[in-house]
Design a protein around this ligand. Structure first.
Ligand code: C2O
Ligand code: CU
Ligand code: CU
Length: 501
């Protein structure tokens, strides 16, 4: 582990809070998602107000979507600045894949990077084996691999995403730009005036426009970039008309930042999160997306200009780190500007919001027979690994006391059964827990029992808190993983291997 350099200290300082003097033991690094500092990181202030761009869309036809994804370095514009990023097919975000339940997806991944990579379909209910969603596979630089996935005919419609999953490099590759959206279409389309795919990301550019390297400290805390972006843009403009009904598919692709979103003055109805559907569209005024979470949102436009704000979210504090001083009060970043203009209201169609949720009913696991109960303890502790660092060595990030090992199977599950998992967090910072392939039903959220069927593939386990989930291990068997979706923590070892057989 290298010493923390002055440059790293400046990057940390740039994260939004002033560093206090370190030296005494027991200093705390507060992990509050910072306000975006205007025009930091060298170069000019971000260009604001450009119309939102959407990623290119690729749609399945006759049950098949076949494409090539080229992962390679590329010059793109991020937040109005020229940047040398990592791209899928030359863009950040990569193309949006639109699929239907029952489809086959065939992806040729070409690795044009200088490091190994691979491909993961986050949240998708597909096989984890062989040439499907197999995160144990490595695609070396200069090589390619043909992934093939088959979606079950009853695959939940919703918002998903894809990103690399090569252990040890996941955070770096996503932070540099490798992510894209997947939409699984509804059986019957919901009538809307506009549908938007909105990928929230953050990154940090150095003065030359390269993706900034991060310090060991930032990895342990979970890095948060100086630039907060929507489809690679800084505060883009979304133009609409009064009465328009828009569908927003929002994905939090950030490595570690929680997106706490508000759009004051506009009517928001949540159709679902992750692969879960609300029984009725739920009127909301605030939305918290942990890293990896998605929201499927209906926005009914009211005349005026509203700011889509990312508010501070306090995800805890990390013991024994350089202090970062008190968090500034208030503060929110503008993620986008929603401008609703024109005096003539778009004729509102006759569809009531209730009709928007004619979806396949979800099974309720609260009444299911539970075959096994397990406890997974998420911990951080003073580490023996690394060592030699300026701040007393690297912390260990563990699940049930162990760091990730690809060779070891931590959890063996009988295929076809339902299990209940208690997720316990003994550390002073939040960990968003993610399981591949099989969605989790949230039963108890830190002492509050869920009042309805809440399906998630990322469940936030609050600092010194807990969550209980039930999982139906249906349809697929094989080896896969669960991990903290603060992807720096995953890369540092907060991941375990599950085998369903
Ligand atoms: Cu979004 Cu295992 O990852
Ligand atoms: Cu995943
Ligand atoms: Cu974590």
């Amino acid at each position: 582990m290298r010493q923390i350099s002055r440059r790293d200290a400046l990057i940390v300082g740039g994260l939004g809070t002033a560093a206090t003097v370190a030296g005494a033991a027991g200093l705390w690094w507060s992990l509050t998602s910072p306000q975006q500092p205007a025009g930091v990181g060298g170069g000019a202030a971000p260009v604001q107000g450009a119309e939102l761009r959407g990623p290119a869309e690729l749609r399945s036809a006759d049950g098949l979507l076949q494409l090539t994804l080229d992962a390679a370095p590329g010059g793109v514009e991020l937040g109005g600045r020229r940047a040398s990023a990592l791209c899928y097919n030359g863009t950040v975000p990569g193309p949006t894949l639109r699929l239907r339940p029952g489809d086959e997806l065939s992806v040729r991944l070409e690795n044009g990077l200088t490091a190994p990579t691979n491909l993961h379909l986050h949240g998708m209910h597909v096989s984890p084996e062989a040439d499907a969603d197999n995160v144990f596979r490595t695609v070396l630089p200069g090589q390619g691999f043909d992934y093939r996935y088959r979606l079950p005919p009853d695959h939940p419609p919703g918002v998903y995403w894809y990103h690399p999953h090569h252990h040890g490099m996941v955070a770096d590759q996503i932070f540099a730009g490798l992510f894209g959206a997947i939409i699984v279409e509804d059986p019957e389309a919901i009538p809307v005036s506009t549908e938007r795919v909105l990928l929230v990301s953050d990154t940090t550019l150095d003065s030359a426009g390269n993706i900034a390297a991060v310090s060991p400290m930032e990895r342990m805390a979970g890095r948060e970039g100086e630039l907060l972006l929507l489809n690679g843009q800084s505060n883009p403009l979304l133009t609409s008309a009064p009465g328009a009904r828009e569908r927003w598919r929002i994905i939090n692709t950030c490595v570690a930042r929680y997106a706490r979103l508000r759009l004051d003055g506009q009517q928001l109805q949540l159709l679902g999160m992750d692969s879960g559907r609300s029984p009725e569209p739920e009127t909301v005024d605030e939305l918290l997306l942990a890293p990896g979470n998605r929201a499927d949102l209906l926005v009914t436009a009211a005349a005026g200009e509203a700011v889509l704000q990312a508010l501070r979210y306090d995800r805890g504090a990390m013991p024994g780190m350089m202090g970062r001083g008190p968090v500034r009060a208030g503060g929110a970043s503008a993620l986008a500007t929603f401008r609703v203009i024109g005096s003539t209201a778009i004729p509102t169609d006759a569809v009531t919001p209730g009709a928007a949720t004619s979806r396949p009913a979800q099974e309720d696991l609260r009444t299911a027979a539970v075959a096994a109960r397990r406890q997974l303890v998420l911990s951080m502790g003073a580490g023996l690994r690394g060592g030699g660092g300026g701040m007393g060595g690297m912390m260990r990030f563990t699940i049930n006391g162990r760091e990730y090992s690809e060779a070891r199977t931590d959890t063996t599950v009988t295929a076809g059964t339902v299990e209940e998992w208690a997720l316990v967090n003994t550390s002073p910072m939040d960990h968003p827990f993610h399981l591949h392939v099989w969605p989790m039903q949230l039963i108890d959220d830190n002492g509050r029992a869920a009042g309805s069927v809440v399906m998630r593939d990322v469940v936030n386990v609050p600092a010194n808190g807990r969550a209980t989930v039930r999982i139906a291990f249906r349809d697929f068997s094989g080896r896969s993983v669960y991990h903290c979706h603060i992807l720096d923590h995953e890369d540092l070892g907060m991941m375990g291997v599950i085998e369903v057989r």
